[in-house]
Design a protein around this ligand. Structure first.
Ligand code: NAD
Ligand code: MG
Length: 391
């Protein structure tokens, strides 16, 4: 039987890699594609929908719908647009769903997949950072399966296999250090969005590349580890490993450490989630240790990368602080992309949001309510926007 799947964020970096693997693994012969969602790149979305015989193609943007309809005229492929249409399409029955929309906008797709008891391949780390407790409780309630696609979390998931959670002593997340690993604070102050969006090791979307440069990406990932592997914040460490060959490590009670190594190619973790529990051949470059010659490590500098400290603060605060952290970070990045604020100011703005008394009153709200999460997300964005408008 053909496996029924949907891909949310199909036109993005993760989405295109997912489509690539599906094509290599037999395409429409082996997979029945239900929904594909995209954003502005209507041509690519239409191409993917035709190639994969999708039931429905959805663009996030209402104004793009006429163009999408034109491109898919007489194909029999249904079209739709907007956040609600994406949420609706995520409730259509599938066996496996990829959640790869960027930002908190990806939450509805993750919840739609989980609530129908399917396998959620989770690239959208924001779902966990903003709504970790709710998402995991829904996975259990609906007998769904959550497979992390973030490379570090896939590595940890694989390194943990068959070991009792209580035997885990520490989890070490590796970070490439991004393009500004060796920049001074003064240099970092001057950084432009174009410089921040170029990653030395991974080919990713614009926003996650900028998050990697500020280490906000690693900060989100630390919070993601805490929820996914239910450990304490003091068990989670971050180490800079510029070669990006070790994707993360798990240390056990007996002192043994397990590291996951591989080429820096997201088709590794995506393919693992697609084929789980099997390991099928994947088109990844194989490691040549003689050529690698050395793997190096260094501690991240807290002065230049304050995002990490803020992540530990969020883990201590708990409640809805993850949603405040993510939303204020997204709003700060919007401002950075528009040239309204500097690169280092993003962390300053997020810290101000975490300090704000009004937002702090709401942080104690219901972590199991998607409404409460959406409300505090909007409040945190408004808070950052007001700060920026007032200079
Ligand atoms: P991307 O920018 O390349 O693609 C994002 C996708 O989401 C596109 O299909 C876009 O059309 C869609 N999209 C954008 N805004 C939207 C909105 N408001 N509503 C609905 N759809 C929208 O991003 P990416 O690099 O593929 O990352 C996707 C997710 O995966 C992010 O959460 C990111 O943190 C995570 N992730 C990515 C990588 C990577 O290597 N790219 C690695 C680990 C985790
Ligand atoms: Mg990652």
């Amino acid at each position: 039987m053909r496996r029924k799947i949907s891909i949310f964020g199909a036109t993005g970096s993760i989405g295109q890699n997912t489509v690539d693997l599906i094509q290599r693994q037999g395409g429409v012969e082996n997979y029945n594609i239900v929904a594909l969602s995209g954003g502005e790149n209507i041509n690519l979305l239409a191409r993917q929908a035709i190639d994969l015989h999708a039931d429905i193609a959805i663009t996030a943007y209402l104004e793009k719908l006429p163009e999408l309809k034109m491109l898919l005229l007489n194909t029999g492929i249904e079209t739709a647009a907007g956040a609600e249409a994406i949420a609706e399409s995520a409730t259509r029955p599938i066996d496996w769903g990829m959640s790869a929309i960027v930002g908190a906008a990806g939450l509805n797709a993750s919840f739609g997949i989980v609530r129908q008891g399917a396998v959620l391949a989770l690239a959208n780390k924001e779902s966990i950072v903003c709504a970790g407790q709710l998402l995991i409780s829904e996975v259990l309630k609906n007998n769904a399966t959550l497979l992390p696609v973030d490379s570090e979390h896939s590595a940890i998931f694989q390194a943990l296999q068959n070991n009792e959670p209580k035997s885990v002593e520490r989890i070490i997340l590796t970070a490439s250090g991004g393009p500004f690993k060796d920049y001074s604070l003064e240099q970092m102050q001057q950084v432009t969005p174009a410089q921040a969006a170029v990653h030395p090791k991974w080919d990713m979307g614009q926003r996650i590349s900028i998050d990697s440069a500020s280490m906000f990406n690693k900060a989100l990932e630390v919070i993601e580890v805490k929820h996914l592997f239910s450990c304490q914040s003091k068990q989670i460490e971050v180490i800079i490993h510029p070669q990006s060959i070790i994707h993360s490590m798990v240390g056990f009670a007996d002192g043994a450490m397990f590291a996951h190594l591989g080429a820096p190619d997201m088709r590794g973790p995506i393919g693992y989630a697609l084929n789980h529990p099997n390991r099928n051949p994947l088109p990844l470059a194989r490691l040549d240790f003689a050529k690698l010659s050395q793997l190096t490590f260094q501690a991240p500098d807290p002065a230049r990368f304050p995002a990490l400290r803020l992540a530990y603060r969020v883990m201590e605060t708990e409640g809805l602080s993850g949603a405040v952290f993510n939303a204020s970070k997204e709003a700060a990045m919007d401002a950075f992309l528009e040239g309204k604020t500097g690169f280092l100011d993003m962390a300053m703005l997020v810290e101000k949001a975490l300090d704000d008394p009004y937002l702090n009153e709401q942080i104690g709200g219901d972590v199991f309510s998607l409404d409460a999460i959406t409300k505090i997300d909007l409040a945190a964005r408004r808070f950052v926007n007001v700060l920026i408008e007032n200079g």
